[in-house]
Design a protein around this ligand. Sequence first.
Ligand code: HEC
Ligand code: HEC
Ligand code: HEC
Ligand code: HEC
Length: 507
Amino acid sequence: MLLALLLTLANIAMPQAARADVLIVHSNDVLGEIEPCGCRSNPLGGMARKANLLKKLEQANEVVQLDAGDLLFPSDSLPPMLEKQSELQAKFLLSAMDQLHHDAIVPGEKDFALGWKTFQKLRAGSKAKFLAANLYLSKSNSPALAPYAIFERKNRDGKKIRVAVIGLVGEDLKWPKELKASPAIAAAKREVHALEGKADLIVALTHEGLEADRALAQAVPGIDIIIGGHTQSFLQNPLVIGKARIYQSSFRNQYIGVLPAKKPFNGEGYELVGLDPAYDSPAEKPSQTDRLVQEFKAGIAKFNLTEVAQQTETKAPQAPAGSAPKFQTWVRCAECHTEQFDFWRRTPHARALSPLVKAGQSANKECLSCHTVGLGDPEGLLDISKLATLRGDKAISTPELNTFLESMTQAKSMDAPVTLTPLDPPMPLNQAISRIDRSWTPVQCENCHKGSQDHPFSNPMSEKVVVTTCVQCHTAERAPAWYTKDGKLDEKIAAEKKAKIACPASN
Ligand code: HEC
Ligand code: HEC
Ligand code: HEC
Ligand code: HEC
């Protein structure tokens, strides 16, 4: 009796993972994210944390690492301004995954955002296997990628276990024109048949979404496990359909699925692990992946700040000579609307450069797109090495600008002394503002009050500010506090935020 009790306790205490033959570690819809998403107080995710999780798991088991697509890019059509930066970011992401010995990936439609050629280039630079059993080259009808791969691992007793992974893309793939997808169920049936006797476990790695995964489980009984993506579903427990179990782990590497697998497969011990700060390396002991992330930030900054990038971009059309500039930026508005300026400079928007500088991301165009005004507009901010320009020839660097903006937000009054550049003596805030020609950062007047061209001369700017403007930046990802659990904007919270941030009326 006592012995039985002890045995039960031992069973409970022993982590399920330790008794598995192999651990399947999975992610989906990473969307190019390398770092924890920077916009919350406690953001989850990041490759450096994933590396530390894997180190821990690999102490007890051999691992097969899978990703279910929409890995490389945040959307299926990137703004031209972000194309080159995103390609570089995808390259870094794949190198980080190589460092972790990632095994297989099925592409999602967003992975083709920069076309088939760029996808092929990125794939060639990666050690991971890209799989798809239902993806063909449109011209030749030949398979675009390998249909499946078999990964051999050893369990704790040294016994061999073979995990076969079949890739399946979404059937309604609409681009790039070089590719076409065929029905997934037929392809899966064919490959399961081909794998007979060659594998101990069969995994379908799909980028079709949850509904199609259900249909797949029903139609193809030979599949043990479906690891899915596309719908960004947060499944703490798998969907069980017949013998198959369907898994998905939300998005952006915020949660990683850890699935102990053995034959016969019973799904025990599954866990979605949140990549929280507990997985950070100690600050004094950065890991190899931490160092790669630092390299990535420096690489993006260097790339965006190089002349090559600037030259290609300054070819864009400029405002016709003699016409009013499209953007005045806050320094000009401040000269006439002192009261509203004095209010705005104390709001969080006026501090929006500082978190980017702190994160070493003030030259990352993706971040800048919501922490500045006019980025990428032909008449707006093109050269991000000049987030502000002084009148005359003098330049102001980003760190100097940040110091000035911080002193602006803290100034006791409009006459309080602030430091514009280290070479100038401190001067009254009013005077400092008049020395600046344009300042594209922080989040400012023209982010909310749109269309200021020719104002005040032939344009009264009487249009009200609307919440649809706010949510261009306050997205569900970046400002989750504004949204309900199912991702809908909470109108009441948005209205409260707007009331809080609205400039006072003029007297
Ligand atoms: C040269 C001075 C001047 C500058 C510069 C200026 N404004 Fe104005 N602004 C005015 C005047 C004067 C009015 C009142 C116009 C009217 O009622 O026809 C006004 C009106 C407005 C209104 C409408 C207020 C209301 O009562 O409905 C808004 C909003 C506004 N300005 C925003 C801005 C922003 C944003 C900028 C910078 C892009 C800016 N202004 C730059 C002088 C200026
Ligand atoms: C889609 C628009 C958008 C993008 C892109 C964006 N941000 Fe933000 N960011 C926001 C918004 C909106 C907030 C305010 C969120 C809140 O407090 O609810 C914010 C807040 C932050 C904060 C917290 C500020 C504070 O004072 O606590 C940090 C840090 C930050 N962002 C960093 C970044 C970095 C780094 C990037 C690029 C990797 C980035 N952001 C890209 C919109 C964006
Ligand atoms: C986060 C968005 C936001 C920013 C940034 C912002 N404003 Fe406003 N502002 C508002 C809102 C909201 C109102 C209230 C009126 C409305 O709903 O349109 C308002 C009102 C005003 C008014 C009209 C007041 C009146 O008499 O009715 C002026 C003028 C103005 N803002 C100027 C500025 C200037 C100048 C800046 C930059 C220094 C600025 N705003 C920055 C959102 C913003
Ligand atoms: C161009 C992008 C952008 C737009 C447009 C924008 N915001 Fe923001 N907002 C930000 C960023 C970035 C921050 C974070 C600033 C920081 O703390 O460094 C922020 C922070 C805030 C905050 C403080 C954090 C919070 O959620 O309590 C409020 C409130 C806010 N914004 C309200 C608004 C409202 C209301 C509007 C529309 C009228 C608006 N914002 C439009 C980018 C934007």
